[in-house]
Design a protein around this ligand. Structure first.
Ligand SMILES: Cc1ncc(COP(=O)(O)O)c(C=O)c1O
Length: 410
């Protein structure tokens, strides 16, 4: 989003015209920002054989998936429906890794019948997989490594209770199952943080994975999951991906020296690729407040963007209608029947009722985590690609809300 002559535009399209065309609230994605981020991450890891699998859960939309596929990325999916969407968007099954958790073996089998590789995250599923397929089908193993250091507040505590993956202390059990069923384990996987802020922590995880990998000869890939973030708030110091790439290259080449073959290094970025491409446009419906700061109430809420409520996440907010006005402090709220701050004590260009606000960095974990709470419909989504707007999801209607509720007559 660029501000020029007091008007915000995306690829030359005035932001206000998007709302005139599609209404508000509205999610808008700038495909050129996705392109930029893909290029950045590909460049950063170009020093060793790699594969970038887009984490479809971050922004799960067929239009966006098809755009990403054009860059020849692979895909990380978490459910069979996400997998189907990836196939519908044109991804080949062999470009997709199915990493689910707490699922039944039936769901794993369903994914396999669609032709993808599965990443197994519990010993019981591994045993079931071994018994059913032996060495007939390749699989990978999702590991859980206890973090050695805190990489963001509460992360160690969170990880020590994490439900994901097979704990690294159970490698012997994995090996025993592998031998018993002559399994074909082709990959190791870890997703150790949703927000790595420290390169040494990342490298430490990589080192531990390489050391575990030595017990699994002939791997095709080692997958480091997602967790590379973009700066969300002022002063948010994030990993420099180029530096991470350079330092990982040294480690990877060292590992290749005595491993035997050269497994590809996989990454599954979500937020890094699609956070910054998205804005949630919302109208200010009400301004109120006497003793306290003014509250600007909007026509969205945590039903559309749950991150501020769920994670206390910071999203920059701009006043698209009044960009050059002097700044004042506001609480920005949604219209849910619960306290739902989108921002507190936030300096924003003076807000008037009816103004259009843009909530930035709303591409990742925005629309895909939206709900119908309070029987409000989910917004439309528009992708701007090569200077043109494309409606990639229609706004829901009342009919959508009641479609799956059988009529009653009592
Ligand atoms: C297994 C796995 N891979 C990749 C991701 C994407 O993470 P991020 O959006 O932080 O890059 C996630 C996020 O939850 C995940 O669980």
């Amino acid at each position: 989003m660029i501000l020029k002559d007091s008007e915000y535009t995306i690829q030359g399209i005035p932001v206000t015209s998007l709302v005139r065309e599609y209404g508000s609230p509205l999610f808008v994605y700038d495909a050129s920002v996705i392109d930029r981020q893909i290029k950045r991450i590909k460049n950063a890891f170009s020093g060793f054989p790699n594969r970038i699998n887009y984490a479809a859960k971050a922004l799960t939309n067929k239009g966006v998936l098809a755009h990403v596929r054009g860059h020849k990325l692979g895909l990380d999916v978490v459910s069979v429906n996400e997998l189907r969407m990836g196939l519908d968007a044109g991804f080949d099954a062999d470009q997709i890794l199915f990493t689910s958790n707490s699922v039944s073996f039936e769901e794993i089998e369903e994914a396999l019948t669609l032709g993808v590789k599965v990443n197994i995250d519990s010993l019981s599923l591994l045993e079931a997989f071994g018994k059913r397929y032996g060495g007939g089908k390749p699989c990978s193993i999702r590991l859980k490594l206890d973090p050695l250091v805190e990489h963001h507040e509460g992360s160690r505590e969170w990880h020590s209770h994490s439900k994901f993956g097979i704990h690294h202390s159970r490698i012997d059990d994995i090996k025993a199952l592998e031998q018993e069923h002559e399994m074909n384990i082709v990959g190791l996987h870890v997703h150790n943080s949703s927000s790595f802020l420290d390169i040494p922590v990342y490298l430490e995880t990589a080192e531990r994975m390489f050391s575990i990998a030595r017990q699994f000869p002939g791997l095709e890939f080692i997958d480091f999951g997602g967790g590379i973030t973009i700066p969300f708030y002022p002063g948010h110091e994030v990993i420099d991906v180029d530096e991470l790439g350079r330092r990982m290259e040294v480690q990877v080449q060292e590992f290749y020296k005595d491993y035997g073959n050269e497994p590809r290094i996989w990454f599954e970025p979500g937020r890094f690729l699609v956070s910054e491409c998205g804005v949630l446009l919302t109208q200010v419906t009400v301004l109120k407040g006497d003793r306290d700061l003014p509250y600007a109430g909007t026509n969205t809420g945590f039903n559309h963007l749950i991150r501020p409520k769920m994670y206390n996440a910071y999203h920059d907010i701009l006043n698209v209608s009044n960009p050059l006005a002097s700044k004042k402090k506001y609480h920005i709220t949604g219209n849910m029947c619960e306290t739902d701050f989108l921002a507190q004590n936030r300096e924003i260009s003076e807000i008037r009722e009816g103004d259009l606000l843009a909530i930035k960095n709303a591409g990742a974990y925005g629309a895909c985590m939206a709900s119908n709470y309070n029987s409000r419909v989910r917004p439309a989504e528009v992708l701007i690609r090569e200077g043109k707007m494309h409606l990639v999801r229609k706004r829901e209607t009342y009919e959508d809300l009641v479609r799956n509720q059988p009529g009653v007559d009592w």
